[in-house]
Design a binder for this molecule. Structure first.
Ligand SMILES: Cc1cc2nc3c(=O)[nH]c(=O)nc-3n(C[C@H](O)[C@H](O)[C@H](O)COP(=O)(O)O)c2cc1C
Length: 205
């Protein structure tokens, strides 16, 4: 007996809509498998560089996703050097893989960055107190935090020096590649943003 096929199985526009629904759910629901995205940039040597990041916001209307990062992180330098960004999402229950392509912008001093900082709790903000910067080579294992900050929620006053280390990473999506796994036969499609609409194309899986 084969699994019931969804209404969007052979529907290109429906497959795009399902893709965005998964992306939006990933940002809104911390239990969604799409809440943690794999983000790809290119490092200084041109090699792929991947890391997991929490997707904080997704807006279908302007194709933008928001992530948070330390301003001093390697990925910030990499994405400022070459804004091309890959994002990988996989929801095993939905049986859908999404490969997103877009370009990144980093915002440290902006109203949106201030708002994201204001909405973060002090535990989340504590990461941005790391000194020296994330990725620095050190002689001994460390969290990067001063001893009195470990395991405690810092005060607003203790967090003041952290704010310049906090940035938002915005990715504007230009292409979505969709793969739906089905016993009857997989479905694969590509959607390209043309400047005013999404153009869809079925592909052989
Ligand atoms: C579950 C999980 C969630 C993470 N979320 C973030 C995040 O939202 N932002 C971030 O900068 N790093 C996040 N990280 C850490 C990154 O994967 C990475 O180790 C770190 O940012 C350094 O990456 P970089 O050297 O490429 O800048 C997360 C890691 C895990 C395992």
């Amino acid at each position: 007996m084969s699994d019931a096929l969804p209404a969007y199985y052979d529907d290109l526009a429906g497959s795009l809509s399902r893709s965005w629904a998964l992306i939006e759910e990933g940002a809104a629901d911390r239990h969604s498998p799409c809440h943690t995205a794999t983000i790809a940039s290119l490092d200084q040597s041109g090699a792929p560089s991947l890391r997991v990041m929490v997707m904080r916001e997704a807006r279908r209307a302007d194709r933008r996703l928001r992530f948070h990062t330390d301003s001093r992180a390697d990925k910030v330098d990499e994405l400022q050097e070459d804004a091309r960004t890959g994002i990988l999402l996989y929801d095993a229950d939905a049986k859908i893989q999404l490969r997103l392509h877009g370009h990144s912008e980093i915002e440290t001093r902006s109203a949106a960055a201030d708002e994201a900082w204001d909405n973060a709790d002090n535990y989340a903000r504590r990461c941005y107190l790391a000194d020296p910067a994330p990725g620095t080579m050190v002689a001994h294992p460390t969290s990067g935090l001063r001893a009195e900050l470990e395991g405690v929620k810092p005060t607003d006053e203790q967090l003041a020096p952290a704010r310049p280390n906090f940035s938002i990473l915005r990715v504007t999506i230009e292409r979505i590649e969709y793969l739906y796994l089905a016993h009857q036969g997989h479905r694969r499609a590509r959607f390209d943003w043309t400047g005013d609409r999404w153009e869809g194309q079925w592909l052989v899986p």
